[in-house]
Design a protein around this ligand. Structure first.
Ligand code: NAP
Length: 487
């Protein structure tokens, strides 16, 4: 049984007298590892070390070197892709085929970051645009912030961590990284991979611990310059309130809508929405939760959707053909089942699914739903989707926007005018046309409006948020006389 400790300045903190926390496989509850928990003293040392490493090392590291380290990490991850995929199966219960997808995306994130590290540019300003500015030159550089605190969730333990670590390194920051306590093993292995790729000690410090013990003091620490957080709305709100003057990026939840107009390609929409609602048991922030279908195609859509959903293979996430594995904990599976039961009490109908067995909740399609049910109003974060008929474009835009969230939406139509009209009116961080809300490509700007978050990720955009502008002006003394002549 492996014990995983925090890593501070390259050294693992894994003494025998530390408090521990077990990591379980969510499918069979096997113990797959143990955490040697970080203390407040570790946190203090990690932040101080990151702060010192920024000033002694990282801010002087040339872009080509940062780029090389990121590229080497991508190469190492490519070599060990299968080992990392198996780790995610074990700690998160993510079916192997989706775990492999996550690794492939993570490799791409590292490669994008490696390329972008060499392309962080500023601008030259037309100083003579201002009266009296004729003899001046001005330019803007983008400089790193210092220490970035990165706090990550369980559902994409590798890729969402890399969406923070890779741009932070590309931009020249140091990092204190707190992964989710339920999925810390991939995080530990990732930090080791960075070490092997040549990242100097202290640039990436890892803290193993809970949100309360380690996350909260990280957020309030005065030597941390930015918090980048992906997780739930209640925790995001708390972070926003306690972060003080720090920059904050919050990537939070949603109850993503998908809209099928009467001219939608039903066959491909059904196929994609099965994946969109049920991949990783719906524990995806942009999972398709509300599917609005024009009444003229509602019946054929629903019957095909039920047919394909009930054929999904439920089972052990390590099996090649498993589509639906466990949820992260039994508590979460019970919570989701409770939301189904509440909706049924209020008049909703279960079209397929609805049964729970331990941590596994069967993929569930609901109809007859309304906005007073949690499965519509809140983020369900479980394999539950609701199908709702509509009649007009105006009506469905109202339904889709009737939410505290606004992360990503899918719109299915072959009418380009309508697609653009609807996309413009949806209150979302992103809209896909003829694609599910659940699709994310790692190089587009990604992040929500309303209570889905603040700021954007997507490497290039995260780098912008992890640097700041510094203006440098020069007064050219030789041009004084010419200045005077222009008054
Ligand atoms: P979570 O419970 O909010 O936890 C996320 C991270 O925050 C964990 O590392 C957690 O630590 C830590 N944390 C908890 N309390 C904290 C506090 N008071 N201060 C600082 N950190 C604290 O979320 P989750 O259950 O892991 O993930 C699911 C949520 O993430 C969903 O709402 C989902 O929509 C959202 N999500 C959003 C995106 C996006 O890009 N918008 C992507 C993926 C997921 P411990 O768990 O270790 O205690």
């Amino acid at each position: 049984m492996m014990r995983y400790g925090s890593i501070i300045n390259g050294q693992e903190r894994n003494e025998n007298n530390r408090e521990t926390l077990a990591v379980h496989n969510p499918y069979n509850q096997d113990k797959v590892g143990e955490l040697a928990l970080a203390t407040r003293t570790d946190l203090e040392e990690a932040v101080n070390n990151s702060f010192e490493t920024f000033h002694s090392t990282m801010k002087f590291m040339p872009a080509h070197k940062r780029s090389d380290i990121l590229r080497r990490t991508a190469d190492l991850l490519t070599e060990r892709a299968e080992e990392f995929a198996e780790t995610i199966v074990q700690e998160a219960g993510k079916p192997i085929k989706y775990s492999r997808d996550e690794i492939n995306r993570s490799i791409q994130v590292l490669r994008f970051a490696s390329e972008l590290a060499k392309n962080i540019t500023g601008e030259v300003l037309p100083m003579d645009a201002a009266i009296g500015g004729e003899s001046r030159m001005g330019f803007v550089k983008r400089i790193p912030l210092g220490v970035v605190g990165a706090i990550t969730p369980f559902n994409f333990p590798l890729n969402l961590s890399l969406h923070k670590l890779a741009p932070a390194i590309a931009a020249g920051n140091t990092i204190v990284f707190k992964p989710a306590e339920k999925t810390p093993i991939s995080a530990y292995k990732l930090v080791k991979l960075f070490q092997e790729a040549g990242l100097p000690d202290g640039v990436l410090n890892l803290l193993m611990g809970t949100g309360e013990e380690v996350g909260e003091p990280l957020v309030t620490h005065e030597k941390v310059h930015k918090i980048t957080f992906t997780g739930s709305l209640p925790v995001g709100r708390k972070i926003r309130e306690s972060a003080g003057f720090k920059k904050v990026t919050l990537e939070l939840g949603s109850n993503s809508p998908n809209i099928l107009f009467e001219d939608a390609h039903i066959e491909s929409a059904v196929k994609e929405l099965v994946k969109g609602a049920f991949a990783f048991s719906g524990q995806v922030c942009i999972s398709a939760q509300r599917v609005y279908v024009h009444k003229s195609i509602y019946e054929p859509f629903l019957s095909e959707y039920i047919k394909q959903t009930s054929a999904l293979k439920i089972g052990d996430p390590k099996e090649e053909d498993t589509e639906i594995g466990p949820m992260i904990t039994e508590k979460e599976a019970k919570r989701a089942k409770q939301w189904i039961d509440d909706a049924v009490e209020k008049g909703a109908k279960i079209e397929t699914g609805g049964e729970r067995n331990g941590t596994v909740l069967a993929p569930t399609i609901m109809t007859n739903v309304d906005r007073n049910m949690k499965i519509i109003a809140e983020e369900v974060f479980a394999p539950i989707v609701s199908v709702i008929p509509f009649e007009s474009e105006e009506e469905v835009i109202g339904y889709a926007n009737d939410s505290i969230y606004g992360l990503q939406a899918g719109v299915f139509t072959r009418d380009i005018d309508r697609a653009m009209r609807v996309a413009d009116q949806l209150e979302m961080g992103g809209v896909w046309i003829n694609e599910i809300s659940t699709y994310r490509q790692d190089n587009h700007p990604y992040g929500g409006v309303k209570q889905s978050g603040i700021g954007k990720e997507g490497i290039k955009y995260a780098i912008e948020d992890m640097t700041e502008m510094k203006f440098i002006g020069i007064k050219l003394t030789t041009n004084h006389e010419r200045d005077a002549s222009f008054g």
